[in-house]
Design a protein around this ligand. Structure first.
Ligand code: GUN
Ligand code: ZN
Length: 427
């Protein structure tokens, strides 16, 4: 059984940071044919309707069909503490995050939040996330099981911490290695699931723990590795005190085999020249989390100097203040404006789809609409509220039509989310 989705279709033939908005392909009356979980054809609606008369039609009218959003850095266990008031990073972790993460010792609670979280992201048009779990192995099982049940492509790993965290949220170098390895062997490559080696960040891991995870990564080199880097200045100062030998924050990872292609560094705001040069040389990915960076008061990510790296976009739930990648694109725009750079809508949309997929080394599978790619799609109403509709009514091209939804849109704009060729919402 094939499905034929009809609407405006947006895809990319190239990187708009390299070639400008012409990198995008837009069909005003387009169609996407989905068969067996994959994209089987893309083209003009009239031609595809004629060629595939048997396909079930889903006519989305003027709505925009795009690759589903890819959220490259989240903490699903922080779902219930999103929008917690008044703290900066370290106090926010101690006051809100760690007590909540303790609750994931209970597998039933972990399963409940995993299910709630994936429901929220689907309602926001996100089809893939790369998530931290908690230190509890059961919290990894919970998110993978929930994703598996939905047919999602999802990345996750057990968060490892062996110091500077409360009793009950600490593992050891050995148990972090053993638990991570067991979970990796259980889940990595099963259906659409990928295990990610996950030291939380240098302040909560001893050099011995970072070394143990570096060793694990050498044993399983095709995995990704995710952690945090240079988010707040106080945190960087703390890292200098904890690692007096290290040249800089990045060096605390580099020294333990945790810097190479496949490394995903969240935030990466306050980087030295050496760090920037090494990140480029190593082929690492940076994950920009703009709503988090303003909400926790961390700083302004420098998209300009990240141009030569793989850059993904992310909500950083629940340090970030939204589950929506539309809201996240808006925040990325605002952060760039504060740095006197204007990101074009084609670049913002690309970051939320192909850019994030590329950061996760999955852009051959997800993040774009092209024949053979997995059918993870979002259908976006470009006139979802009265405020957006009146602005869009004046649009003279597709980017003017999309930008009000980027800046003001939320889950009300999501008409449908398709995962592996199946619609999760009624059209
Ligand atoms: N650094 C270490 N852990 C975290 C976290 O959970 N959220 C954010 N925003 N930064 C972190
Ligand atoms: Zn994070």
């Amino acid at each position: 059984m094939a499905d034929l989705l009809l609407g405006q279709v947006l895809s990319y033939a190239d990187d708009p940071f390299a070639t400008g908005p012409e990198a995008a392909r837009h069909l005003t009356h387009g169609a996407v044919l989905v068969e067996a979980g994959r994209i089987a054809a893309v083209g003009e609606a009239a031609a595809l309707k004629a060629a595939h008369p048997q396909a079930t039609r889903h006519d989305y009218g003027r709505a925009l069909i795009s690759a589903g959003f890819v959220d490259a850095h989240v903490h699903y266990p922080q779902t219930a503490i999103i929008a917690s008031w008044g703290k900066r990073l370290i106090d926010w972790l101690n006051q809100y995050t760690f007590p909540e993460e303790m609750r994931f010792a209970d597998p039933a609670y972990a399963a409940d939040i995993a299910d709630r979280y994936l429901g929220l992201v689907a309602a926001n048009g996100t089809t893939t996330v790369c998530s931290y779990a908690t230190i509890h192995p059961e919290s990894v099982d919970a998110i993978f099981q929930a994703a598996q049940g939905r047919g999602m492509r999802l990345y996750a790993g057990k968060t490892c911490m062996d110091r500077n965290a409360p009793e009950g949220l600490r593992d050891t170098p050995q148990s972090a290695y053993d638990d991570s390895k067991r979970l990796l062997q259980k889940w990595h490559g099963v259906d659409r699931l990928s295990y990610v080696i996950t030291p939380r960040f240098s302040p909560t891991s001893t050099p011995e723990q970072l070394a143990a995870l570096g060793q694990l990564w050498r044993e399983y080199p095709d995995c990704l590795m995710q952690t945090h880097l240079s988010e707040q200045t106080d945190e960087i100062q703390w890292v200098h005190e904890l690692f007096p030998q290290a040249r800089d924050y990045l060096d605390t990872y580099e020294a333990q085999g945790l810097l190479r292609t496949g490394a995903l560094y969240g935030h990466a705001i306050h980087l030295t020249q050496r760090e920037k040069a090494r990140l480029i040389e190593a082929g690492a990915s940076l994950i920009h989390c703009p709503t988090s960076n303003t909400f926790i008061g961390s700083g302004l990510f420098d998209m300009g100097s990240a141009r030569h790296l793989r850059v993904g976009l992310a909500t950083d739930t629940g340090g970030g203040s939204s589950f929506s990648m539309l809201r996240t694109m808006a925040a990325a725009y605002e952060v760039a404006q504060l740095r006197h750079a204007s990101l074009h809508p084609s670049q913002l949309w690309w970051l939320a789809t192909q850019g994030s997929a590329r950061a996760l080394h999955a852009d051959h599978l997800i993040g774009n609409i092209a024949v053979g790619m997995e059918a993870d799609l979002v259908v976006v109403d470009l006139a979802s509220t009265a405020a957006i509709a009146q602005a869009t009514a004046r649009a003279e091209d597709i980017w003017q039509a999309i930008f009000p939804t980027i800046m003001m849109g939320d889950d009300r704009a999501i008409r449908a989310t398709w995962v592996a060729g199946r619609s999760l919402q009624r059209a």
